[in-house]
Ligand binder design. Structure first.
Ligand SMILES: [Zn+2]
Length: 91
């Protein structure tokens, strides 16, 4: 896994160094893409290298916790942008 931290002003260019930890965030539907997606688990996993781990704010804002790099995967599902719930769960 690689570090996906993108520095402000780099237009989303990601760090790309080898990740030493996995940062865990709450998965939220994107507000600027249709259809919207979030993860089935409600958590979003992304790599952080040693340097980017220490940065405050930016893409580290809202981090729930750090985990050892394992086999974390983001299982994306489309969500109903009106309800914020996965389509599969909408009756
Ligand atoms: Zn990095």
């Amino acid at each position: 896994m690689k570090c996906s931290f993108a520095f402000p002003g780099t237009y989303g260019h990601e760090c790309g160094q080898p990740a030493v930890k996995v940062a865990v965030f709450v998965s939220k539907p994107s507000e600027n893409s249709i259809p919207a997606y979030m993860t089935r688990s409600g958590l979003f996993y992304t790599g952080r290298c040693e340097a980017c781990l220490k940065l405050k704010g930016g893409e580290n804002t809202g981090m729930l916790r750090l985990e050892p790099v394992a086999d974390q995967v983001n299982d994306w599902v489309p969500v109903n942008s009106r309800t914020g719930k996965p389509w599969q769960e909408v009756a």
